[in-house]
Design a protein around this ligand. Structure first.
Ligand SMILES: [Zn+2]
Length: 283
């Protein structure tokens, strides 16, 4: 009898472990099938060429590369105006919701914004995506095909699934870009890796594919489940000319709308204007 409880607990733990392993294996299987549907002969030849070009290169530092983005942005912009870019990610997978109230607020207030979407999110929100892409208030950019953190050597952060090599990185970046291009007629020019972490080699691969990797300057804190008040404080404390704010629009339960309702009037009072990322640079 004494051994019954621990043994049943052990069995339960083993069963949970097995379920988790099965779920991970199923996800990998789903990813393989999804990828296969994108693998045309032309694409595979293209991918092989890119892999070959970077075959000898090292991964370099693994980071969010906030400084690099800032330096580029400061070259541009209207110097007379203080500008901020509000950017919103839609990650996809289990997190494929739509914070309609947040988007409605941006429309009502005529606040331009940059939306980073994954192929996964697009698949679950085809109509909404088409409607957002048609709206000139929004710029659609690339958050990867399958929302995998882009590392050329399989490094990860916060337990988010990562790419294993350059080939996977090319899949995330290029197939994500092609998907958006096919549906909207505009190829994205910015890429944000899942979690915003990536390595230096991935920055070069993105550049080779015609995209610039962007992270953020101001972490709103929504992904850390911050309250509207705390998010608003993060935004107001970090606000300066040329800063990029990161938020999400795929979680209807997160207080993004309330955070904007608290911070936007104050930002306007301080003389800030909101612009899309594409309007930052005079390329
Ligand atoms: Zn994401």
């Amino acid at each position: 009898m004494r051994n019954t409880v621990p043994r049943s607990l052990f069995a339960a733990a083993a069963a949970l472990c097995l379920i988790a392993q099965c779920a991970a294996a199923r996800q990998r299987g789903d990813e393989r099938n999804t990828l296969k549907s994108y693998y045309t002969a032309e694409y595979l030849a293209f991918k092989k060429r890119i892999i070959g070009e970077f075959a000898q290169a090292g991964a370099g530092r693994f980071s969010e590369f906030v400084k690099r983005a800032k330096k580029n942005r400061n070259k541009a912009g209207d110097k007379e105006q203080k500008v901020l870019a509000l950017t919103f990610d839609a990650c996809g997978g289990r997190h494929s919701g739509y914070n309609k109230k947040l988007i409605d607020y941006l429309r009502r207030e005529r606040i331009p914004a940059t939306l980073f979407v994954t192929g996964l999110w697009i698949e679950k929100n085809r109509e909404t995506f088409a409607e957002l892409a048609k709206d000139p208030l929004f710029e659609i950019e690339n958050h990867g095909l399958l929302h995998r953190l882009c590392s050329t050597e399989g490094k990860t952060k916060y337990g988010v699934r990562a790419t294993r090599d350059i080939g996977d990185v090319v899949d995330e970046m290029e197939l994500g870009a092609r998907k958006i291009d096919e549906l909207t007629g505009r190829r994205p020019v910015f890429f944000r890796s899942a979690t915003a972490y990536t390595d230096e080699l991935s920055l070069r691969v993105a550049e080779r594919l015609g995209m610039e990797v962007v992270s953020y300057d101001i972490l709103s804190g929504d992904a850390m489940r911050a309250s509207a008040k705390k998010m608003s404080r993060n935004i107001l404390d970090g606000a300066r000319h040329g800063a990029v704010v990161i938020m999400h629009f795929n979680h209807p339960g997160w207080p993004g709308l309330e955070a904007l309702e608290l911070s936007v009037p104050e930002l306007k009072r301080r003389g800030y204007h909101f612009i899309k990322l594409e309007d930052f640079s005079v390329r």
